[in-house]
Design a protein around this ligand. Structure first.
Ligand code: TYD
Length: 209
């Protein structure tokens, strides 16, 4: 079967990095080769862009922020995601194009068609096979997160817009699912695994039975 490109979306503090780790373990246990990665970041250059983006001392216009994010995305797609898929590895990625539509579109108010065009340019049209939105009410997200970076310093209104945008956009995504991120982590993992086509990849397959 062709390797799958799986994206986790959702607000800060939804547990995306924990789920990335738990999912990678669950897939590896079934003998599936997996790469985990994230945006912004995921490449050496991307990690430098990430530092600029998250630094509360970085002052920038919304369009500058978007251009940095799509520059990061282009490097990430070309240097990490496409090569991994070409080698038969599954890719588990925290955040992708939907983040820009939710944060820069509804959060910052940039035009959605502009973001879509830039996403298309950055990714060459590479779409995820599955997108899981780890949904969390903004009050819960803010209570879970100490204000650490430039995005987390935004208020409740910003995160409410981002959440509504995510819930709206995920409905247009093929194989896009909303997962309740208030559930215990192991249950969130189980909800995601239940939606993946894993029937050919049981534990016995790994042992060659
Ligand atoms: P992330 O590392 O996922 O932070 P966290 O683990 O706290 O969720 O992302 C860092 C920030 O970057 C996050 O606040 C959202 C922001 N972001 C955007 O605004 N647009 C984007 O396209 C991406 C990829 C991230």
């Amino acid at each position: 079967m062709k390797p799958l490109f799986i994206v986790l979306e959702g607000p800060d503090a939804a547990g995306k990095s924990t789920q990335l780790r738990l999912l990678a373990q669950a897939l590896a246990a079934r003998g599936i080769p997996v790469v985990t990665t994230r945006e912004p970041g995921g490449t050496p250059l991307g990690e430098r862009i990430r530092t600029i983006l998250l630094d509360p001392a970085s002052r920038m216009r919304p369009l500058t922020e978007l251009l940095l994010l799509v520059a990061d995305r282009h490097e990430h797609v070309e240097e990490v995601i496409k090569p991994a898929l070409a080698q038969g590895k599954w890719v588990l990625c925290s955040r992708y194009t939907l983040s820009s539509l939710a944060y820069q579109g509804r959060g910052r108010g940039l035009p959605l068609d502009l973001i879509q065009r830039l996403n298309e340019l950055a990714t060459g049209g590479l779409q995820p096979d599955y997108v899981f939105l780890l949904d969390l009410p903004p009050q819960v997200a803010l209570a879970r997160t100490p204000l650490r970076d430039r995005f987390e310093g935004e208020g409740l209104g910003f995160f409410t817009q981002v959440r509504l945008a995510y819930l709206e956009f995920i409905r247009t995504v093929p194989r896009g699912y909303v997962i309740d991120a208030t559930l215990p982590p192991a249950q969130v993992t189980a909800e995601i695994l239940a939606r993946l086509p894993l029937s050919g990849y049981d534990f016995a397959a790994k042992e060659g039975k």
